[in-house]
Design a protein around this ligand. Structure first.
Ligand code: AMP
Length: 376
């Protein structure tokens, strides 16, 4: 179905064309017609599937069809980078419209604008907002909005907390599920490299030297770990940026800009900072540490293969991270292949086979030993 058949204002169809959007993505094809009718939506689609334009186009359409002065639409997202990304999409989709967008981020008051908040509300990446403790803020903002409004909630994962917000924020929403909420985009090939924690950096360096990387995003669990790894890689001559929440906004923006422009090939990031990263050409996502929440794995690897492209995701797994991998494999319903790096001087043989599930007898024996110890 071409964009022109969706019922959008001609200025928006023209923008889609100029952006090279030939056909709507599946989430757009389903969400746009419903959003144009003013329906509430609960949209679940994998990362990089075009969710932002799925709500940007209908919102701009409503604004064009029903012009009124003042602040008209509020979009809530969990991170600054995502806020910048969403703003960019709005100005791209609205390039032939007269509307202005603004980003309000940490520490900036929007007191003056509060009175004029009106009918539209979008919650994007709702799962992460809830993880980050934004529920009271969401409730607070909702209480200031008219009861009669259109609300759209988008998320790559449909955690129970998201359902909870949907229950009080949305009114008879249409549910759109494009893929299993836990699934990873099809174009991403995923491999696990078992390696001890102490050899991880050495391994990563050897792997980077052995691999043709166009641009790679490296995930670390902690800010400190991210800084340390970036310093080490920079010292070895790799061009590396760092992005995490302890860095100042200008530093974060500069790191993103050089990564996007290809001046730095590698970007080391923590989970929080990475949500909004939509850089088309990321060829590799590297999990230096395993994420503690399986949803984060889906979001991390979703930074590659954007817009139904292809990409590689590799994960360095230390023996004590096996439980996190098991949780991810259960969550995504996939078993990832384990691999070794040829000629790497492994200090311990890498654990290539997934651990065998424990037999009932083993579990009973463990429980018996535990209760025996407790009783003494
Ligand atoms: P999102 O899921 O909103 O982060 O979008 C992921 C990427 O898909 C962005 O780089 C968009 O520019 C791109 N995109 C969105 N809609 C389309 C479309 N209909 N055709 C091609 N690319 C698109």
């Amino acid at each position: 179905m071409p964009f022109s058949k969706l019922g959008l204002h001609p200025d928006l169809t023209r923008a889609a064309k100029s952006l090279g959007f030939i056909e709507p993505t599946p989430i757009q094809a389903q969400a746009i017609p419903l959003a144009l009718k003013g329906e509430d939506l609960l949209g679940c689609a994998q990362t990089g599937s075009g969710k932002t334009a799925a709500f940007a186009f209908p919102i701009l359409h409503h604004l064009l069809e029903h012009p009124r002065p003042g602040l008209r639409v509020l979009i809530l997202v969990p991170t600054r980078e995502l806020a910048a990304q969403v703003e960019k999409m709005f100005s791209d989709c609205g390039r032939f419209t007269p509307f202005k967008t603004a980003v309000v981020i940490g520490g900036v008051s929007y007191h003056g604008q509060r009175q004029s908040l009106a009918q539209g509300l979008v919650l994007d990446e709702a799962d992460r907002m809830l993880d980050m403790g934004f529920l009271p803020d969401i409730r607070n903002i909702l209480s200031r909005l008219p009861r009669q409004r259109q609300t759209m909630l988008f998320s790559a994962t449909l955690a129970p907390e998201v359902e909870h917000v949907a229950a009080f924020a949305l009114h008879h929403p249409h549910r759109i599920e494009i893929s299993r909420p836990t699934s990873v985009a099809e174009g991403i090939s995923q491999v696990i490299y078992p390696i001890t924690q102490t050899q991880k950096t050495e391994f990563l360096i050897a792997w980077l030297k052995a691999t043709q990387i166009h641009s790679g995003l490296i995930f670390c669990r902690t800010k400190h770990g991210a800084d340390r790894l970036a310093t080490r890689l920079n010292a070895l001559g790799f061009s590396v940026g760092v992005i995490h929440s302890n860095r100042s906004q200008p530093q974060r923006t500069a790191a993103m800009d050089s990564f996007r422009a290809g001046r730095t090939k590698l970007l080391v990031a923590t989970d929080i900072a990475a949500r909004g990263i939509d850089v088309r050409q990321i060829s590799h996502v590297i999990n230096y540490d395993l994420p503690r929440h399986p949803e984060d794995y889906v979001h991390r690897v979703g930074r590659t293969a954007r817009a139904y492209g292809v990409g590689d995701a590799i994960t360095l797994m230390a023996p004590d991270e096996q439980t996190f991998l098991t949780a991810i494999e259960r969550f995504t319903g996939a078993t990832f292949p384990r691999a070794v790096l040829p000629d790497f001087p492994y200090q311990a043989p890498p654990m290539l086979a997934p651990p065998k599930p424990k037999t009932l007898g083993q579990i009973r024996w463990k429980n018996f030993r535990r209760s025996f110890r407790r009783s003494r």
